[in-house]
Design a binder for this molecule. Structure first.
Ligand SMILES: [Zn+2]
Length: 402
């Protein structure tokens, strides 16, 4: 049990210092300030994958979990865990006889305190894996992710970052799942990133869950217009039935299901989307499809006109409804982007310069929208959204509704 670090140990730590320096950089981006210099083992920060060699045995940091032999430790020491950011650790399960498994949710640096008699030993733990610097929308992963996955996550978080800044957590699990939790964070299982059931699943699920964050903002807005518009779109697409039948199966399905992202996958077992449940799910699914399958969606909506089993008028009406749904989603996203960076009237501007400023502003907003829906131009053109209003009026006029 050596308390003064040897020269050999010190040199070893210099190497670690470099690694930890990089980690401290990531920490700073997450709002955790930590000194970069470390003099001995006890002052270092242990990360996921490390084992802490203590006076009472090994403590293994595995993802967001800490594992140790509780039965042995209890004989001579008292163990406590505290998070700087107020996170609560919890006992997850006994791994084996006497072994303890404690979850340390990714909330910054934890302190493991071991009391033996009058002596107290402290160890710092940062239970998160490689992440990236993205100061506005934090990202935490319990497992090591590929560079490609990290780039995907960063790209999507940045695209949505112009509207919402909810953090994303990737937790270790072999099940394929994604959630928007407590209306404040996105949680995605590591399986979605590491062993997706279809190509692009990580991007799809991230988009879907962050879209829920957008709806949360819409739902809590003082002005409820967008929320009500979404509910109306949901109703006109035949929602409220909670049914997952598909137009693809050749049966007469619900219109709402053409926006189900799962229906674009060959594997029919995939259930990543459920737009038929409520207007929140509908928004998340439409947005995912607009980002991931724009061409196929435009084709589907066009094909509605070909439907043989329904009357021609109903086919036309369905086509109009589906296009209107897309138009509303684009309108709402544009409005939210504008809210986040409002147009600023520069004093002294005349009509001409005002128009130039306005044009520049609109282009800036459009650019941000393109980060979320890259093929927005082609989509609007393919769906002929510019003539939608006129077509609807003509339809109403024909039906005698004014
Ligand atoms: Zn959902």
């Amino acid at each position: 049990m050596e308390k003064i670090p040897s020269r050999r140990q010190f040199l070893k730590d210099v190497g670690k210092g470099l690694k930890l320096g990089a980690l401290a950089g990531a920490g700073a981006a997450l709002g955790i300030g930590y000194e970069k210099t470390r003099q001995n083992e006890r002052n270092r920060i242990y990360e996921s994958g490390d084992t802490i060699k203590t006076e009472v045995g090994d403590f293994k940091v595995d993802g967001w979990h800490l594992q140790y032999n509780e039965a042995e430790v209890k004989k001579i020491a008292r163990v406590s865990l505290n998070s700087e950011q107020g996170g609560l650790s919890k006992n997850v399960s006994s791994l084996a006889r006497g072994m303890q498994n404690v979850a340390l949710p990714g909330q910054g640096v934890w302190t493991l305190k071991i009391d033996i008699g009058n002596e107290t030993y402290e160890y710092k733990i940062l239970p998160l894996y490689h992440t990236y610097e993205n100061p506005t929308s934090p990202f935490y992963a319990e497992v090591e992710l590929s560079t490609e996955n990290l780039q995907t996550a960063r790209r999507i978080q940045q695209a949505f970052g112009n509207i919402v800044n909810d953090p994303v957590y990737v937790y270790k699990s072999s099940e394929h799942n994604g959630f928007y939790v407590d209306e404040k964070r996105v949680e995605i299982s590591s399986a979605v990133a590491q062993s997706p059931t279809y190509e692009g699943q990580f991007e799809c699920v991230l988009t879907h869950e962050l879209a829920h964050a957008v709806v949360s903002r819409i739902r809590h807005a003082v002005d409820q217009t967008n929320n009500l518009d979404l509910a109306r779109v949901f109703e006109t697409l035949g929602g409220f039935t909670g049914a997952r039948n598909s137009l693809l199966e050749g049966e007469k399905g619900l219109l709402v299901n053409i926006f189900d992202e799962s229906s674009f996958q060959k594997n029919q077992k995939v259930i990543d989307g459920h737009p038929y449940d409520n207007h929140d799910e509908l928004f998340a699914s439409i947005l995912t499809v607009l980002r991931m399958h724009p061409e196929q969606l435009a084709q589907r909506i066009q094909d509605l006109l070909k439907e043989k089993n329904s009357m021609k008028e109903i086919a036309i009406l369905n086509n109009l409804r589906a296009r209107e749904a897309v138009r509303q989603i684009i309108r709402i996203l544009t409005q939210l982007l504008e809210e986040n960076s409002p147009f600023e009237w520069k004093e002294g501007a005349n009509l001409e310069t005002y128009r130039a400023q306005r044009k520049e502003y609109n282009e800036k907003i459009r650019k941000k929208l393109k980060l979320i829906i890259p093929k927005i131009d082609e989509l609007e053109k393919g769906l002929r959204l510019d003539s939608l209003q006129d077509e609807m009026l003509a339809m109403f006029e024909k039906a005698g509704i004014r």
